[in-house]
Design a protein around this ligand. Structure first.
Ligand code: ATP
Ligand code: MG
Ligand code: MG
Length: 604
């Protein structure tokens, strides 16, 4: 059990739990919303976080940080993390993305069910379920004098907003009465006005030094079919208005977002505070009291920037649409489906997220951090296997005399080099050696460079898990390229037999038998970009695409590797970690992806 490093968010949560900050939470009813009612029955002393993606694309490694953070905090403090779709912008959202996001979160090892009073409660929410509440909240703001319908053109609105050095100018529509605003807003809802003709704005302060408080829009007209509510609405709430309401309705305690929302926090608080107010209208009606204290609080952390990676959904989509990668799950993509196909494990990604921690300072994390986490995860559990990636045939010229023509000698090696004492070691790998084996081309040199310890005429090496052999020469084609390496078997030196150590050698090389080795497609991936910060400062990320980011070779693998299940991970001895491709690998047609090498640096 690892000790979780503390961070500022853990500090805040521990302080709030100690002070009972959220224990007073009451259930503020939401008309007609079944999902919300479920939150009312839960233990209010628990913390509640949420992961709120917009279903407009596939999740990437940056989202993984947010998932590990939000679900991880809830897990560590006995709380609950809500899986919520922030589906308030119908134009770009689709069910396909909803499904892929749920899949990704589950695959990463998190769930949204919790146990309360012996019952299982699902914490899967959709912001679109709150459209009625949001609409009612908007009408309340209008009646309370906190919102108005603005009919300025978008250009006028932009010009009148001012900038950081100039205060804004009040809209000529700002002084409308609540009754006028209400009538207009209902016309917006009822489809009486074209898209973009007017917006509902919060009435705050056109001179605020925080431009986000200069009467931000909260509702707009948009005729778009929503993936859940269909054509029921032609007006939709703006994200900055919807989000605090979603959090409040779900009794979220700690609403954690990335730093770019820091300037939005005053508006977040403004919306929630206003909705706790009650007003007695001139006609005697009492309106408001839609929310109750304690309210959710927003906290910001620095987003993940990972070197050699882009994490903008729009740019990732461009890579897919332009055919630069094979799809969202291309093993070079930083999407969660891409990382998964590449062979990264949920455990490695969680470990990575824990190690990078959370802070309030923007920084770049070196890509190697992810690979180190992967190696740390797989080192103790990925079965070993031998593969020859750049094969050349080696013939043992005395085999028939020593071992008998056609003889195949069984060999074995452990699947894992170290197994914890209380654990059952997995069955050993079985393979055979015969007259011919595949070896790496680089393991033979006709004229050895200084210090070379592998095969050259007159030198002895061990075929790992097999015999000691002595090199006698090679055969070449017309171009001088080595076609066959020749060697003789040194009898009685088989690994694991008493004679194994009778002949000392300086090197053991990896190999695969020609008789039982299986040809496999191996995809060697490398960074997609040659620049560490491919899109920083508005740089054209396509200018730094790495032309060698994908190389496909035919290798020979030992039988245990050929028998892999799709998605099974291995350490190919000396080469690094590989996974049987979850899409293309099949029995009899092995396909492997290289996840990462054994050490860091550019892969060779
Ligand atoms: P878009 O790319 O369309 O702007 P987004 O990256 O903001 O979208 P959302 O679906 O809104 O994606 O994000 C869901 C959650 O993931 C948000 O809480 C957001 O803060 C978080 N998130 C997104 N990118 C990162 C990142 N690089 N690092 C950490 N968290 C991130
Ligand atoms: Mg977003
Ligand atoms: Mg973004």
């Amino acid at each position: 059990e690892s000790v979780k490093p503390s961070n500022f968010l853990r500090g805040i949560i521990e302080r709030d739990l100690a002070a009972g900050t959220h224990a007073q939470r009451r259930f503020a009813g939401t008309p007609g919303d079944a999902a919300h009612h479920q939150t009312g029955v839960l233990d209010p002393a628990r913390i509640r976080t949420r992961f709120p993606p917009e279903p407009n694309g596939y999740l990437h490694v940056g989202h993984a940080k947010s998932i590990c953070l939000n679900f991880g905090l809830a897990r560590d403090y006995g709380g609950v993390c809500h899986m919520r779709f922030d589906d308030t912008n119908p134009e770009k959202e689709e069910q396909e993305y909803v499904d892929s996001i749920l899949d990704a979160v589950k695959w990463l090892g998190f769930g949204w069910d919790s146990e309360f009073g012996g019952e299982r409660v699902s914490h899967l929410y959709y912001a679109s379920n709150y459209f009625d509440f949001m609409y009612a909240a908007a009408e309340f703001l209008i009646e309370a004098g906190h919102a108005y319908v603005d009919e300025q053109t978008p250009e006028q609105m932009r010009a009148n907003r001012g900038d950081f050095s100039t205060p804004g100018t009040d809209s000529p529509f700002r002084a409308r009465t609540p009754a006028e605003n209400l009538a207009r807003f209902r016309e917006m809802r009822d489809g009486k006005h074209p898209d973009g003709a007017m917006v509902l704005r919060a009435k705050i302060d056109m001179a605020s030094p925080n431009i986000n408080l200069r009467d931000p829009a909260i509702y707009r007209i948009k005729r778009a079919t929503h993936h859940r509510t269909g054509d029921r609405w032609c007006i939709y709430p703006m994200y900055t208005f919807a989000h605090p309401i979603e959090d409040a309705l779900e009794n979220i305690t700690h609403s954690i977002c990335t730093l770019e929302f820091e300037d939005q926090r005053p508006f977040y608080d403004w919306v929630l505070e206003r909705l706790t107010e009650s007003h007695t209208l001139p006609d005697g009606r009492v309106v408001g009291g839609l929310l109750a204290h304690p309210l959710p609080r927003q906290y910001e952390f620095a987003r993940l920037n990972l070197t050699y990676v882009i994490t903008s959904k729009r740019k990732l989509k461009q890579l897919v649409d332009e055919g630069i990668v094979s799809g969202w799950d291309d093993p070079r993509m930083p999407t969660i489906v891409g990382l998964r196909r590449r062979g990264y494990t949920p455990e490695a990604i969680q470990l990575f997220a824990e190690r990078i921690g959370v802070s309030k300072a923007d920084s770049w994390i070196d890509y190697s951090t992810l690979d180190i986490a992967l190696r740390d995860d797989l080192e103790g559990k990925a079965h070993r296997g031998m593969a020859v990636l750049d094969p050349v045939r080696l013939v043992l010229t005395n085999w028939d005399d020593v071992m008998g023509a056609g003889h195949l000698e069984p060999c074995s090696l452990p699947a894992l080099p170290h197994v914890a004492e209380d654990q059952q070691p997995p069955p050993a790998r079985q393979f055979t050696i015969g007259r011919e084996v595949w070896i790496e081309r680089e393991d033979f040199e006709e004229v050895p460079p200084k210090g070379y310890k592998r095969l050259f005429p007159g030198n002895k090496v061990r075929l790992k898990g097999g015999y000691v052999i002595e090199c006698s020469g090679c055969e070449k084609d017309a171009d001088g390229r080595v076609t066959t390496v020749l060697a003789t078997l040194v009898p009685d030196t088989k690994s694991g037999t008493p004679g194994a150590d009778s002949v000392k050698v300086k090197a053991a090389i990896t190999w695969v038998g020609v008789a039982d080795g299986v040809a496999a497609e191996v995809r060697l991936f490398d960074r997609l970009f040659t620049e560490a910060q491919p899109d920083a400062g508005g740089r054209d990320f396509k200018a730094s695409l790495n032309p060698a980011s994908r190389r496909v070779i035919t290798a020979y693998v030992e039988p245990s590797l050929a028998a892999a299940q799709p998605d099974q991970k291995f350490q190919f001895e000396r080469f690094g970690y590989f996974v049987a491709d979850r899409v293309d690998h099949a029995p009899g047609r092995p396909v492997f992806n290289r996840i990462t090498g054994l050490k860091d640096g550019w892969a060779k």
